[in-house]
Design a protein around this ligand. Structure first.
Ligand SMILES: NC(=O)C1=CN([C@@H]2O[C@H](COP(=O)(O)OP(=O)(O)OC[C@H]3O[C@@H](n4cnc5c(N)ncnc54)[C@H](OP(=O)(O)O)[C@@H]3O)[C@@H](O)[C@H]2O)[C@@H](O)CC1
Length: 286
C-alpha cells in the first residue's frame, strides 16, 4: 500500500493503500496550508496512478494556491462542491484525504467544515457495523483536533493513517490508527537543534518513514487449509512403488498445492502388506 500524501514539494510513498485497490480518492482541502498540502497530495496521487477528486470549498486567492489549483485543472482532476458530494462517501471513494485543518485550527469548526468533519466521524462509526467504508488519511493533524491535546472529547475524526509533517505534533500521541508516517525529510540541522527535535532516520532515499507501533498482523488470516480430495483404500495401488509414482505424477502436474514433503507408508500385517498409501502433505514455513 502507498502512504498517499505529500508534504509540499516532496513525494512520499510507501506501501499501504495500493492504487490497484484504493484508486478512488477524495481530498478535502481547507483554506490554509494544510489544504495546500491536500492539493499537492492530489496531484502526486494522480501521477502515482490513483483517480483523485478534490473538494476545496473555501479557496484562497493567494498566487501559490491558485497555481496549485491550475496544476490540478491541467491534469483534468475534477473538483466537487460540497453540494455535489454523494450522500454515502464510502460508496464512491476508497480513500478520503483529510487536509482541512492543521496546526492553526482553533475553536469549533465553522461551516461547511463542521458538517464535513461530522461526515468523516460517521464513516468511522460505520466501520463498527462491519460494512465496507473508506479509509481516512489525515495530513499532519486530524482536522478539528487540538494541536496539543488531540481529540479532547473523543468525538473527532479517527484516521486510519496519520502523516505527520516535519515532526509529529503533540496531539499525535493520541493517534490510535494503524499507520503513522512522518514526512518532510530535509529538516535543516539548525532548526532540529533549535527545537530539540529527535527525528528518526529515513530509509534509503525515501521521503517518509513509518513511525509509531507497527501494524497489527492477524496471524489467523494467514492460515492456509490444505485439503486434498478423498483417498480411499480401494483406490490404492497394490504396489507401493506404483502409488509413489502416482504421487510424483500428481506433483508434476501441480495437482497438489505447495508440496514440500512426502511420506510413503503401508498398513496391514507385516506378512500381508496388501494396502499401500502415499501421503503428501505440506508444512507452512518449512
Ligand atoms: N513544518 C510543518 O509542520 C509544516 C506544515 N505545513 C502544513 O501547514 C499546516 C498549517 O497551516 P496553516 O498555519 O496555514 O493553518 P491550517 O491549520 O491549515 O488552517 C488555517 C486556516 O483555517 C482557518 N480556521 C482555523 N480555525 C477554524 C475553524 N474553527 N473553522 C473554520 N476555519 C478555521 C483559518 O481561518 P481564520 O480562523 O484565520 O479566519 C485559516 O484559514 C500544517 O498543519 C501542515 O499541514 C506545511 O505546509 C509546511 C511545513
Amino acid at each position: 500500500m502507498y502512504c498517499i500524501t505529500a508534504p509540499r514539494n516532496n513525494l512520499t510513498t510507501s506501501c499501504v493503500y495500493k492504487p490497484s485497490e484504493y484508486s478512488r480518492v477524495l481530498t478535502f482541502c481547507g483554506p490554509g496550508n494544510n489544504g495546500g498540502d491536500g492539493l499537492v497530495a492530489a496531484r502526486h496521487l494522480h501521477h502515482f496512478g490513483y483517480k483523485p477528486l478534490v473538494c476545496y470549498p473555501k479557496r484562497t486567492q493567494k498566487p501559490l494556491y491558485a497555481g496549485l489549483v491550475t496544476q490540478l485543472e491541467a491534469l483534468s482532476i475534477p473538483f466537487l462542491s460540497v453540494e455535489d458530494l454523494p450522500s454515502d462517501l464510502s460508496n464512491d471513494f476508497d480513500v478520503l484525504v483529510d487536509a482541512m485543518f492543521g496546526f492553526s485550527f482553533h475553536g469549533s469548526p465553522r461551516p461547511p467544515f463542521d458538517d464535513l468533519i461530522h461526515r468523516f466521524v460517521s464513516i468511522h462509526n460505520h466501520n463498527q457495523t462491519g460494512q465496507k467504508r473508506s479509509v481516512i488519511v489525515s495530513i499532519d493533524i486530524p482536522s478539528g483536533w487540538h494541536v496539543e491535546e488531540g481529540d479532547v472529547d473523543g468525538t473527532g475524526i479517527k484516521p486510519d493513517m496519520l502523516v505527520s509533517l516535519t515532526a509529529p505534533k503533540l496531539c499525535a500521541k493520541k493517534f490510535i490508527g494503524p499507520h503513522h508516517f512522518l514526512g518532510g525529510r530535509f529538516v535543516p540541522p539548525v532548526i532540529a537543534e533549535k527545537y530539540n527535535l529527535v527525528l528518526p532516520p529515513y530509509p534509503g532515499t525515501s521521503m517518509c518513514v513509518r513511525i509509531g507501533k507497527p501494524p497489527q498482523i492477524d496471524i489467523s488470516a494467514m492460515r492456509e487449509n490444505y485439503i486434498s480430495p478423498e483417498f480411499l483404500e480401494e483406490e490404492a495401488e497394490a504396489d507401493p512403488i506404483n502409488q509413489f509414482q502416482n504421487g510424483c505424477d500428481a506433483l508434476a502436474v501441480g495437482w497438489l498445492k505447495e508440496p514440500n514433503a512426502m511420506a510413503l507408508s503401508t498398513v496391514g500385517k507385516e506378512e500381508n502388506r496388501k494396502i499401500s498409501f502415499s501421503i503428501f502433505f505440506t508444512i507452512m514455513g518449512s
